[in-house]
Design a binder for this molecule. Structure first.
Ligand SMILES: [Zn+2]
Length: 325
């Protein structure tokens, strides 16, 4: 575990609200919070139940100061386990209110990200999430306002929320706008939904897929994604909790690697899933027999698939040698 902790790691799929520390939430609420208010149980019944754990942390990120501090809080917590780079995602429309506009929101999270680097030495970027249950106008306004910051702290767009209730075919308007604005995107797809959602996302131009557990239901699609070098953001602990992977069944990371799919391993929500990147590494090495030379492959995939600029990618490439010691 200690060696895993010291290896450089990258988290490409980390939600801000689901990864806030208990101390942060308690300080904002001004009261003690119980473990089960923050963390989803291992025997969580579904993705919908899992998603109920987000209301409380979202209520703590409704001001400029709190948003900035929230990003710093997440970065502070990952610095000790040698996270070299993290892409933190959040849904701006969940924080927007009468006294907080998009400009305030984006400037706050970017400030947090920059301060995280100067204070804790962890490089980061922000992914902005459209929400499946939000209106077309809300999602497009958020995207257009966020586009101004692309390359200045914001690196991509995501689509999150209830995938089964709001399938990807409903979001052609969003993918078209992202393409028109030249905004790269990753889409939560094939988590607890259908492989068809992955196909729609990739055809629409997604460079990465959030989770994509259903990929192996469709042989043609597997080849399609492999040929296009599409990245898959796997989150083992979370995928068991939401029942994306059925209890007692083997996690499909080995199949992704053996088939030549570009897989990465991530946390999803360090607080809601009560995990860290080191714990995810521990899980895949002990339970899935992932060897050290495969960890380096996962790390290299994360560098390649990140939405970071070339300067950051060059710095990250130099850290790969830590795996060869
Ligand atoms: Zn997610």
């Amino acid at each position: 575990m200690d060696t895993l902790k010291t290896l450089p790691k990258i988290d490409l799929h980390c939600h801000l609200d689901g990864s806030l520390s208990r101390e942060f939430i308690e300080s904002k609420l001004g009261r003690t919070v119980l473990e089960n208010e923050l963390t989803a149980p291992h025997d969580c019944s579904s993705l919908s139940e899992y998603l109920t754990k987000f209301d409380l942390p979202v209520s703590c990120i409704l001001t400029k100061e709190n948003l900035k501090e929230a990003v710093l809080d997440v970065i502070r917590r990952v610095k000790d386990e040698n996270i070299t780079y993290i892409e933190i995602r959040f849904a701006p429309n969940l924080s927007k209110n009468e006294s907080l506009d998009y400009k305030d929101i984006y400037e706050a999270v970017i400030e947090g990200s920059k301060e995280g680097q100067s204070k804790y030495g962890v490089m980061s970027n922000i992914i902005i999430c459209a929400m499946r249950h939000h209106s077309e106008k809300q999602n497009l306004d958020m995207l257009k306002a966020g586009r101004d910051y692309l390359g200045y702290g914001i690196c991509a767009l995501d689509l999150a929320g209830d995938e089964a209730g709001f399938p990807n075919e409903n979001f052609a308007y969003l993918f078209d706008a992202a393409n028109r604005l030249e905004m790269p995107f990753t889409i939560h797809s094939g988590e607890c939904g259908r492989s068809k959602n992955i196909k729609i996302a990739v055809e629409a131009g997604a460079k990465r897929i959030g989770h994509g557990i259903c990929l192996f239901d469709d042989k043609e699609l597997m080849q399609y994604c492999r040929d296009r070098q599409i990245g898959f953001e796997l989150c083992p602990t979370s995928n068991y909790q939401t029942k994306a992977v059925k209890p007692g069944t083997k996690y499909p990371l080995r199949s992704f690697i053996d088939y030549g799919i570009k897989a990465t391993v991530n946390t999803d929500n360090t607080t809601v899933s009560n995990t860290t990147m080191s714990r995810e590494y521990e899980l895949i090495t002990s339970k899935l027999n992932i060897a050290k030379d495969e960890l380096v492959l996962l790390y290299k995939n994360s560098i390649e698939l990140s939405f970071a600029n070339d300067d950051i990618k060059n710095i990250l490439s130099k850290t790969v040698s830590a795996y060869e010691k």
